[in-house]
Design a protein around this ligand. Structure first.
Ligand SMILES: [Zn+2]
Length: 201
């Protein structure tokens, strides 16, 4: 890439921005320039926010959702139904479903979907952790809420085959979510219908 300012610390900053998803070399240069144009304390605030998030945030021991404690706020909420687990791809899907206010169960975040083409295999997702949650027979239903993409569907089918023999009801988000659509970008009303109209797998 083009980072020939020949000023090592400036080139280093550009390079770090360029490594972020969706940031091209022009944008990386613009962001780097912005960082040295604003007051120093403003720039340090950003550095501090990144450092703090990295130090404090990790995944919930039970559901793999993001938390700054051992367990996330959903897993520790006694008012939430522990018999239903909604399985999602990413943390952003938890946020999207929570915004609907229609789901009162717990979640499980896979952190991705199966994709043999991209080298994502079952042991790279949080599937072991999900199966461990089914051991004590508390969970009666698993809602597979992976995205309506080819990979999301394949992951749902894979999980269904693993979970059904354990005697747990397995459902899938039904109508509403457009084929090829990401939950994250599905509006709240559509997502509400999808979770209420889930179908048996
Ligand atoms: Zn949790």
């Amino acid at each position: 890439m083009m980072t020939e300012s020949n000023i090592a610390s400036f080139d280093y900053l550009i390079e770090q921005f360029h490594r972020l998803p969706g940031i091209g070399s022009k944008t990386a240069l613009r962001l780097a320039y912005h960082m040295i144009s604003i007051p120093q304390e403003e720039a340090l605030k950003l550095a501090d926010a990144i450092a703090q998030a990295r130090q404090k945030l990790h995944y919930c021991r039970i559901c793999c959702n993001l938390t700054d404690k051992e367990l996330c706020y959903i897993c520790t909420d006694d008012k939430r139904n522990a018999e239903v687990i909604c399985v999602v791809e990413d943390i952003s899907d938890v946020m999207a479903l929570e915004r609907t206010g229609k789901f009162n169960g717990r979640y499980h975040v896979l952190h991705g979907v199966l994709s043999p083409m991209k080298g994502v295999l079952p042991d790279m997702l949080r599937i072991k952790e999900l199966l461990a949650r089914l051991q004590d027979k508390t969970v009666k239903e698993i809602i597979l809420a992976t995205n309506a993409t080819v990979e999301g569907e394949a992951t749902a089918m894979y999980l269904s085959k693993l979970i059904k023999p354990l005697g747990v009801r397995v459902t899938r988000l039904a109508y509403g979510v457009p084929v090829g659509g990401d939950l994250e970008y599905t509006d709240e009303v559509t997502l509400s219908f999808a979770i209420e109209g889930r179908r048996e797998l």
